[in-house]
Design a protein around this ligand. Sequence first.
Ligand SMILES: [Fe+2]
Ligand SMILES: [Fe+2]
Length: 198
Amino acid sequence: MTQRSTGQRRWQAPRADQDVVAMLIGQHGQIRNLFDAVETSSGDRRRDAFRRLVRMLSVHETAEEQVVHPFVRRTVPGGAAVVDERLREEREAKEVLSRLEDMDPEDPKFLPELQGLRTAVMTHARAEERYEFTHLRRVNDHTRLMAMAKSVRAAEMMAPTHPHPGVESAAANFLIGPFAAIADRARDAFQRRRGGTR
Ligand SMILES: [Fe+2]
Ligand SMILES: [Fe+2]
């Protein structure tokens, strides 16, 4: 199967034998594949791929905001500036994702906006890998990295499944995240009952 034909590939649950860095880098790859799937499909397939992209991005960013960024802020010299920049990028991405959710994926403006989001999200992911994940590997032993992977998996199970711009800090995620997650998951269940249409 080629990279471009991954549109029908389902979301892969994080593997229990992966440390936090391998797991999050793997998710960056899945996000890239989902962008491919949306861009190369149309109609219901595009709608389905976009729904999976929205869910993947929403839970991935929330888990990073709850587990990874606070650790980097606490432990990396200059970490606060690094994390503030990542949180700003995450907020901007959620704003665009939110706008895209309100659009018809067949609207001629949808793909150009999605492609702008893709560039921003993949640049953000490379910055995380370079400035945060490298540090995680350097300062943590294997046991600690596995424990952080477990925390990320737990955060993803409870995370909102749609974008909520403005809920980026760990504190805001702690206070508002659970309510947003319940509302999002109820909305998802309702849409599934309606046959998956928005
Ligand atoms: Fe992120
Ligand atoms: Fe990320």
